[in-house]
Design a protein around this ligand. Sequence first.
Ligand code: ZN
Length: 477
Amino acid sequence: MPRLVIRPLLATLVLPLVLGLSGPALPTAGARVSDPAPAAPAMAVEARAKPDTLFPRQGHTGYDVRHYDVGLRYEPVSNRLEASTAIRAVAKTSLRSFRLDFVGMAIDSIKVDGKPARWRRTAEHLVITPRTPLTKGRFVTTVAYSGTPSDYTDADGSQEGWVRTVDGAVALGEPVGTMTWIPSNNTPADKARYTFRIDVPNTVQATANGNLVSRERRGLRTTWTWQARDRMSTYLAMVAIGSFNVYRSSVESISGRTIPLWSFVDTTNDTSTAARALLPKVMTFQEKLFGAYPMTSGGMVVDNAAVGYALETQTRPFYPFSVDAATLVHETAHQWYGNSVTLRDWHDIWLAEGFATYAEWLWDGAHGGTSPAEHFDDLYATPADEGLWHPAPTEFTSSADLFGEPVYNRGAMTLQVLRERIGDTDFFRFVKRWATLHRQANASTLQLVTLAEQVSGEQLDGLFADWLELDGRPAGY
Ligand SMILES: [Zn+2]
């Protein structure tokens, strides 16, 4: 996501009640970058990771989802959805009952391994009790649901979830809105593959993440089947339905693969020619710096949804109304940083946004614009009492600050400080290694610090503590 354009203040008054943010004080204990960062094995880092303190009600650790098969039959005129999602998962232990995150539409039935299960709803959960308790191992949950899907308003006032447009809808999920249309283990740490089967009238088109595998027309309706083959966190899932111009092209990856690109652009204001021509150039530029493109397809969705932000929805980012070059560069960089290497805890959002912002600076500097060092200097001159410096990028305690300026600009400044400290050669080795080491996985700030120290041979915990944890402007840079 680029920085939000729209931030209604009213929402900050109303939403703590809705989101339960007025609950108990958020714990602050856990892994911090100021902790010693020994070259510990990955398991030790895992064991020290703090639970997600921003969205403690989201996600469940008793099972791992492997695949979501999402069937949607949608009526654009009435905004009615009939849906059935099959969730293939693995229980990590025996479970008498388990939870999925879900809000909104009516539940028609829930089956576990083909047998009707008992279930009840709480505010944001389905609590499911199978006929016989689950044993450790594979199980399949099928949830049938229908009704008018809801959108979801975040603590910063932005809108996500199932967002209706004039000619259809777009579903966007950062940070938690996917639970309005997919019953899911709605935490970034549980990645899965997805199949989307979207049944719509022939008058509209339907896209989602991944590769288009079939388009079957039957009478007045068409089913579009998309497969997201790259493991994906729920917040990156996307569906867009509407009247679109559909463009198919491809780009050659440095890996030797041909990456198919599908772009869906609203027919009423299609100004996408320049952006579609730029996308392969951006991907090639970023492959040279970050390593091979980590996904099996690409493209874009440009739709008239007044949400006020673009989003790096996996393989096929969403752009509201139009696409500018900087935003295209930002959302494309997220395919490496954020989507392939994904935060495990929302407090580490700078791992996505700091890198994507830095990617904008790299593009800018290489194309006759402001260099990363100049971007840094301009920002460092920001007066010490301004929002850039408060709260520090990993130290916010409200989800309203999830997409705040420190996460983006101070996050990118952290990378520039690192680059100046360890030099260009080690910095770009580190950037590429970070993308390959955790490709299609989850990672933490602590793991990043450890890697930077390993690559450079320098002790860097003080630098990262200054830039990610200290309230106020770090001195001496
Ligand atoms: Zn972003």
